[in-house]
Design a protein around this ligand. Structure first.
Ligand code: HXC
Length: 257
């Protein structure tokens, strides 16, 4: 493991990335950002890897941006240095990845989880955007992604009061895909990732791209984009294989072509 603040393990076609700054509840400092950016780029570039899981510890996915690192920064340093702008490179990951959230996902931690293609939550997970208590606001997409995920009323209340949302409410509100007993969360996330890794790779890339387009386009453009990608998959060998396999009542063998 070449990283200081994360652990990266390849398990078959799934990369497991574990945030590992237990002394600070995985608070996100510049080192953990640099390590994650590098790990996600390596995952995306590695043909043997098809899906990733990002997780933290049972106590904390991540308790936010590192307050101790941020506290003395000036406007010039934050704005001039594009503080945490590097996270955009994680959201540029083209292959699917899942956030498996146990414990606290607060501030930047909640925002990081929301960068995933979807979140699986342990039953003790707690989500929140408490930045207002520090006299700042979300700064890594929280005001936008949380609002899109759970709607204005709950997002506004959470951002203005800093209250935390438990796993069940998060699932009911559409923030997380499923709630799983905390002790089983990572195993279940790995199983889900293996399932995705077993799909035809081009279809998985296209699926991710078109669902994400729903947040960037109007309905007609989004539907058109979807249809073009759908049509495009008929140029792939895997589409022929997938449909032949269905007719022949067997599993498909994907080439990624
Ligand atoms: C730095 C942090 C930290 C953080 C926890 N720690 N969160 N250090 N940055 N965000 C450190 C604590 O200082 C402490 O270190 C150790 O982790 C354990 O935390 P405790 O507070 O002792 O644990 P506990 O009492 O169980 O409380 C857990 C907690 C609390 C409720 C999660 O730690 C907490 O409120 N943390 C801050 C959450 C927050 O405000 N996040 C938003 C940050 S702003 P020591 O050395 O004392 O043992 C943000 C902006 C995003 O995220 C935008 C960026 C562009």
């Amino acid at each position: 493991n070449k990283y200081e603040t994360i652990i990266v393990e390849k398990k078959g076609a799934v990369t497991l990335i574990t945030l590992n700054r237990p002394e600070a509840l995985n608070a996100l400092n510049s080192q953990i950002l640099a390590d994650m950016v590098d790990a996600f780029a390596a995952f995306d570039a590695d043909d043997s890897q098809k899906c990733a899981v990002l997780t933290g510890s049972e106590k904390a996915f991540a308790a936010g941006a590192d307050i101790k690192e941020m506290s003395s920064q000036s406007f010039a340093q934050m704005y001039g240095g594009n503080f945490f702008g590097g996270y955009e490179r994680i959201t540029a990951t083209r292959k699917p990845w899942i956030a498996a959230v146990n414990g606290f996902a607060l501030g930047g931690g909640c925002e990081l989880a929301m960068m995933a293609d979807f979140i699986l939550a342990g039953d003790k997970a707690k989500f929140g955007q408490p930045e207002i208590k520090l006299a700042v606001t979300p700064g890594m997409g929280g005001s936008q992604r949380l609002t899109r995920a759970i709607g204005k009323a709950k997002a506004m209340e959470m951002c203005l009061t800093g209250r935390m949302m438990g796993a069940v409410e998060a699932e009911q509100s559409g923030l997380v895909a499923r709630v799983i007993p905390a002790a089983d969360l990572v195993d279940e996330a790995m199983k889900t990732a293996e399932q995705i890794a077993g799909m035809a790779p081009l279809a998985a890339l296209a699926c991710k791209e078109m669902v994400n387009a729903a947040f960037e386009t109007n309905l007609a453009q989004g539907i058109n984009f979807e249809r073009r990608l759908f049509h495009g998959l008929f140029g792939s060998e895997d589409q022929k294989e997938g449909m032949a396999a269905f007719v022949e009542k067997r599993a498909g063998n994907w080439t990624g072509k």
